[in-house]
Design a protein around this ligand. Structure first.
Ligand code: AHG
Length: 334
């Protein structure tokens, strides 16, 4: 086997961000530095994920998180890597992490002008079986003097959002805002750089895959039940196929690439759903909308929800425009 020759004209994620910085005012040197720090955190988490068993990172930490779930050492390490790397960038004013009960304040002297909301390790229940994991992040500009309200901006105010997928390769999918497109960068471990591999990703306007935890079907509302009935028993064409990893990043990435719909609805047991608006729903909605898709809580676009607290949950329906629209129409028609 002859490995392909190295492409000397390829673009790294950092080079792409530098070139955006030349074109648009909203991408300035501070945001560029912050995105470089996020890449560093992702590389460190990627390395930790790959070595996890060898370094006993699968072991329980002994604590439970804000959601009452057992915390693994890999969760704790990923969170520390994000917090420490972002703090050292001097570009962050405040952070919200899925793994911390309260907002993470940055000490005076190290503060910058951005608010970062993140889930450092999505899909942690999949750690032991080597299924794909991820990290998700959304970046806001600081707009208020009061700290708390800065994190409680609606998703429309995001200036950048992205996710990292730790799968058969490590990949970052990033958008720098409306009209700037969604781009994919794969980590080349031989040089430690994220290389532009997918420019301007667009989600198909309609797919044929649904992604939902079907074990909860008896707990869904009638709108989701009706939608599921229709896509499994279509008047014309073939029924949709089911795919569900249980790691949001992996399920959303597949939906972005192949089209279809990802759903985490409200259930009788979880009337607001399970997923969190600030660091799960919003960043994914921002990416999906920029790729030409749609993201809703069933009634309004996720990005239009005004958050009232940092860990608030929301039902999530996102994916191809026609598919999500069909579900939203069912919510409207009953
Ligand atoms: P966690 O990081 O605690 O494993 O949560 C993962 C989230 C999300 O990634 C996924 O879409 C969802 O939980 C899966 O939840 P269910 O197991 O209830 O389907």
């Amino acid at each position: 086997y002859e490995p392909p020759a190295f492409d000397s004209k390829c673009m790294t994620l950092t080079q792409c961000v530098f070139s955006e910085q030349k074109k648009v005012l909203s991408v300035n040197e501070n945001l560029t530095q912050l995105l470089i720090s996020i890449q560093t955190a992702v590389k460190a988490v990627s390395s930790a994920v790959q070595k996890a068993e060898l370094t006993h990172m699968y072991d329980m930490d002994g604590s439970t998180n804000v959601q009452g779930e057992d915390v693994k050492k890999l969760d704790v390490l990923s969170n520390e890597l994000f917090i420490n790397t972002l703090t050292s960038s001097f570009k962050v004013h405040m952070m919200v992490s899925k793994k911390n009960d309260s907002m993470i304040e940055i000490e005076t002297g190290k503060r910058g002008r951005y608010i970062v909301c993140f889930d450092p390790l999505d899909g942690s229940s999949n750690i032991d079986c080597l299924m794909p994991l991820g990290s998700i992040f959304g970046i806001f500009r600081k707009i208020h003097i009061t700290d708390e309200t800065n994190a409680l901006q609606s998703g429309r105010h995001l200036v950048a959002a992205g996710y990292a997928l730790y799968g058969s390769a490590t990949m970052i999918v990033l958008t720098l805002g409306k009209g700037r497109g969604v781009h994919g960068f794969k980590l080349d471990p031989s040089i430690g750089e994220f290389m532009l591999t997918e420019r301007n990703i667009k989600i198909p306007s309609k797919g044929n895959i649904y992604s939902i935890n079907e074990g909860y079907s008896h707990l869904w509302d009638r709108y989701v039940r009706e939608y599921m009935r229709r896509i499994k028993n279509p008047k014309d064409g073939e029924p949709y196929s089911a795919r569900y990893v249980g790691s949001m990043v992996a399920d959303v990435h597949r939906t972005l690439k192949y089209g279809g719909i990802f759903m985490y609805p409200a259930t009788k047991h979880l009337p607001k759903g399970k997923l969190r608006l600030l660091y799960e729903g919003n960043p994914m909605a921002y990416i999906i909308e920029e790729a030409g898709g749609m993201a809703s809580n069933g009634k309004i676009p996720l990005l239009d929800i005004q958050p009232i607290e940092i860990h608030q949950k929301t039902p999530v329906f996102l994916g191809s425009k026609d598919d999500v629209n069909e579900l939203v129409k069912i919510y409207e028609s009953f």
